[in-house]
Design a protein around this ligand. Sequence first.
Ligand code: GDP
Length: 531
Amino acid sequence: SKIRIYTIAKELGIENAEMLSILDDLGIEYKSVSSTIEEDTVELIKGIVAEGRGSAPAVAQTDQPQPEKQEEVNTDTVQNDQAKTEKSRVDQTPAQADSGLSAEELAELAELEAEEAAEQAAAAARAELPHRAPVVTIMGHVDHGKTSLLDYIRSSKVAAKEAGGITQHVGAFEAKTSKGRVVFIDTPGHEAFTSIRARGANVADIAVIVIAADDSLMPQTREAIAHAQAAKVPMLVAINKVDLAQADPERVKADLTTINLVPEDYGGDVITVPVSARTGEGVEDLLEYISLTAELEDLRADPKGEFGGVIIESRVDKQAGVLATVMVQEGTLKVGDFLVVGENYGKVKAMTDSAGGRIKEAGPSTPVQILGFSESPSSGELVSRTENEHAARELIAGREEKRREEEEARKKPKLSLDDILGPLSEVQTVNLILRADTQGSLEAIQGILAKKETDDVKLNVLLAGIGAPTEGDVLLASTADATILCFSVVPSGAVKKAAENKEIDLKSYRIIYEMIDEVDRLIKGNLEPVY
Ligand code: GDP
């Protein structure tokens, strides 16, 4: 019989990551920790783990990584020095004679080894950092239950600081689970997620895609999936509303296979969890899978390192002033700190956690609401800290100068290195977002496009959706550098404007072949240098 990888890891009392590295060493293929392996293999692994414990335990390696690494570095330097001194004394050292390498080659080798040792030391240093809680975003089609799911988790997993008090909505909250903290971004929908990403910040570690069991895949489900995939964020699928009589979770799973997301019971690696935001059924399992995914991602941050954060949302309170929610990503934020966001700065006057409690400092993966900015920052803007007000002003002056230079540069025609040297031999990719009036025309277009790919240029359809393009599509296009092509659907004025502002190519066609001609041009554009 077959056994799941994480079950065996649990049984043997080892970390999932270690279990996977043993499988890697054995050359055994798997898709995720929830993949199954044969019983024979399990026996083999048990033997390896037992042996490891008996003689030189595998765990011992991680116990004292630093002294070992330092030794390595030291020997390298010594060898390197020796090579140099010996070279000055005689022309060829015994080592050179043995290896048949010249002094330069030996020195190069020593340098490479030193670099490798430094890399290993950096990895070991990272492994020393404490784990941080995962930040989760919930996305999916309208009415599939994103808000309800967040509400259920908030009400069952968050203890409000004031008895009977309603916790204020600050854009994120922390849930306490049996496996530790999980932070949820409390603005359902992918607009927030993408607008944050569009500014270059990746705030979410894990995306939960909610799909209603009575409705299955809908246009915004596909969009949400496309966004998570573009962000390279691991996904979990919550099949919601399983309490309904007409719920059909099996249909949802079957439908997922049609978009290349193969659920585990179909032999794939996509974790699907049946839940009900109404009764709470399955929510505990969902949280468990979130923790499991987070463990595999091995999320770490340095609470003592340089502070870095992202604005989740902000609003202006008539009495208090600007209230901004910051997600601390690295380091520790303290009351009294000077913060810079874009070309504005502020001093943290007061700080509250997501449950409304006053706090003095906040470490990684903590959402905090801060008082102290004079202007409202936008969600997705990066936050940094400076020593004092003077340094804050200097940083801002530098940014203003850089912005002006960039504006100037944009006015001049661009001539990139690629243009001068011609196309590289690497495979180029044309990213596309397709919009059409019907499923039939979408399939027809994709069928033709598939034949257009060449060895040098690949077409990557990020999203193929029915109906007019949305502002979300424009955001996706801007983060993934894609062109939006519409067939028999007309973009709204707002979407056209958004595309213009973000300098995204958005084109509409009534004849399929005109659209295909455009794709041909895009492919050629990637092949031929443009002057
Ligand atoms: P959102 O648009 O994705 O945020 O969806 P909502 O959370 O607003 O839910 C849409 C509707 O579905 C509401 O009427 C909810 O009460 C209902 N709903 C959400 N989750 C469930 C569930 O698990 N079971 C049932 N029966 N209804 C649900």
